[in-house]
Structures are given as C-alpha cells and as structure tokens.
Design a protein around this ligand. Sequence first.
Ligand code: NAD
Length: 416
Amino acid sequence: MSNNGSVFDAMLQEFGIAAKLIGLEPGIWKTLTHPKRQVIVSCPILMDDGHVEVFTGFRVQYNIALGPAKGGIRYHPGVTLDEVKALSAWMTWKCALAGVPFGGGKGGIICDPTTMSKRELESLTRRYISEIVDMIGPDKDVPAPDVNTNEQTMAWIMDTYSMHVGVSTTAVVTGKPIIMGGSLGRREATGRGVMITVREAAKHLGLDLKKCTVAVQGFGNVGSVSADLIQKEGGKIVAVTDWKGGVQNAKGLDVTKLIAWTVEHKTVAGFPGGEPLDPSKIFEMDVDIFVPAALENQITMETAPKIKAKIVAEGANGPTTPDAHQSLHARGVFVIPDILANSGGVTTSYFEWVQDRHGYFWEEAEVNQRLEKKMMEAFDNTLQTSLKYKTDMRTAAYIVAITRVAEVTKLRGMYA
Ligand code: NAD
C-alpha cells in the first residue's frame, strides 16, 4: 500500500478502496480517476537584480461535474504536476462532501517565495494568471489561497483577470481582502472547520475536549487558527512546530502570544513561552489530539507508529500516506480525513463567491453559523456512512463524495 512518494497515487489508492466498497461501475471509475484538464505554463520574470528567471506553473481542473473548478494556488519549491493533480482531485471530493456546487481544481508555481521580493511575487502572479486567463472565471474555475499565497496574491489575481476581461470581477477568486469582496470569516474558516470536526470527534469518542492536550504541525493559516479555536473550546495546545523549529509547554502555550510572535519572527522558533522542540519530535508527543497542518506525506510508516494521539485531524491536504493511515486505523486512532477536516475553507469560499455574485455581504456571525451547519452535516454524513459500511472516516468521506459526483456524471451523460 505504499504510494512511492506519489501523492496522486495515494489519492488513487484512497479512491479505489471506497469505489470498490460501493461497487462503482467501471466507466465512472475510469472517468473519475482522470483529470479533465492539465496545463503547464512558463512564466519569464524580470528579477530585481536585472536577470530573467523562468518559473513553471500548473493549473489542473480535475472534475467539473458539480460546477466550476475550485481550488487554491500554491507557491513552493517542491510543487510538481503529480502534487497539483492530487490536490485538484481532493478538491473534487471535498466540494462534493461539503455539499457546495463546485468541481475540483488546483494550481501551483515552482518557486521559493521566501527568497523573492514583493514586486517579484506580484510579477510572477500576474504573468501566471495571464497564461491561464482563458481557463479561469467565476463560472469556470475559481482559485483561492494555499501554501505561501494569501489575500494580497488573490487581490493581484482578481486585478489581472479583471484587466484582461475589462470588467471588475470579484467572484473570479476567493480569499480576497474583505474590502474588495472577500468574506468575513474566510481567513479563519479552515481552522474553524478543523475545530468543529475535532469537537465533534471528541464528542463521538466520549472525550472531554477541556481535558485534551493538542499538538499542531505547521503554524500558518490553518495551524494557527485551528490551535487558537481549539484552545478557545478548552483544549490545551502543548506543542507546535513549523518549517524552522518548534516550541512546547506541558502547561499549555499561549496561542495568542504565539501568533503575535510568529507574525513578527516568521517562525514559532524562539518563542519565549515554552521550551524549544525539534520539529521531527511533533509526531511522538504524548497528546490526545494531533493536527498536521503543514504539507502532505508527513505521517508515514516511519512516523505513524510514534503517534500517541487518539484523534488525528488532517488540517493539511494529504498529510498521511495510505499505508500509514491503515496502521493508524488498525491501532484505533480516529482520523478525521483532510477532505472533511479542512473543508471549512472551501465552504466559506463558496459563501464568498455567492456574496460576490449577489453584491450583498453577510455579517460574520451569519457566515460562521452557516459554516457550522455545513460542517456538522458533512461530519454527520461521514460518521453515519462509516458506521453503515463499518469502515474508517476517510473511506466513508470518499464514499459520500464519489456517490454524489458519480450520480451527477450519470445524469449529465456522456457527451461524445
Ligand atoms: P501556510 O503557508 O499559511 O502555512 C504552512 C505552515 O506549515 C507554515 O507554518 C510552515 O512553516 C509549515 N511547514 C512547512 N513545512 C513544514 C515542515 N516540513 N514541518 C513543519 N511545518 C512545516 O499554509 P496553509 O494555508 O496553512 O496550508 C497548510 C495546509 O493546509 C496545506 O496542506 C494546505 O493545502 C492545506 N489547506 C489550506 C487551506 C486554507 O484555507 N489555507 C484550506 C484547506 C487546506
């Protein structure tokens, strides 16, 4: 059950387990395991020192049966087409499970944003969007932030697209600044969704969240908000790591102060409210809940046996390899799969898209209330399916998602 490092193969393995359980017909199986469209672009950029660098970018629209493709754009040196394909497939299942009318897409550029100036990042973003401008749009494909992209990146994307089509088009992208059509609550939505699923999982397992200790890997948008909101629900955050270092405190870290420290120092390392922690030790922390919120392929056959947590809530996409997932499940660890745990982001992106298209914006309390309802429905659907099929939550989540996409694919029929 190894995926040999290919995250797309990992996705196919997860898909296959669920598809087999529901007896998915071979034609639909084939259709749903092939990306609809994959685009690779080259982006020449004039760097600040006067030399020209050429960056490679990807955009994959995996499936659009349920609606426009939806999915973030990642800036990272390790981006590959394989990774973008997997992430776009996960978006397809995530949107279907969340019950939002979107298909799945994803984008990425191979670059190291930590070494680039703001002007270089703006040029790269605009050039990349110019290259894929015909693919995207509110009814076609709606990007969003992912690793190393943020509200500012989304503002540049919205502007570049709008300049090309000659109309200010806020709904082309989600995760925008509030002042230009973003939704209240969107920045916190993924972490809020993680918190809701953790809370519900604890309830299901008969654990009192107020007595639970928590470790978090990755302290960006998802990790920091998850930590903050789980702490507000009574959980004790005792360990946090990021790409540069880590910090631990058995009495509980002050998450508000840790966020302020991270904004200033760009890392949790050196935070005075705890002891230093080697990032590789995050897996072996003696905690009740572990939230991987960094990148994929973190929980492997090497790290999975070290995990002592009773709940693993996948804030990140694809943090667990299929074989490691099997081993966690076999040991009775309750894994809340990525396509459920982190679906709060895309759910609130859907709310943002709806608000942009209406030109009418909701109060934050309304956004959060609607998110709570959608997350509870998705969690409950997944849990009930897992009980019905006597299977784990990941397979159950895939069953719900695949069933919905397969049904619409059949209803739409084959256009040939
Ligand atoms: P981010 O760039 O804001 O944060 C990423 C964090 O991970 C940073 O703290 C970084 O230092 C840390 N990190 C990177 N490599 C690491 C390593 N090897 N060990 C420990 N920490 C490491 O990104 P994000 O938006 O928080 O996304 C994190 C994950 O969540 C990704 O898998 C992303 O696809 C997924 N996700 C994000 C959203 C969203 O709304 N932002 C929604 C759904 C899923």
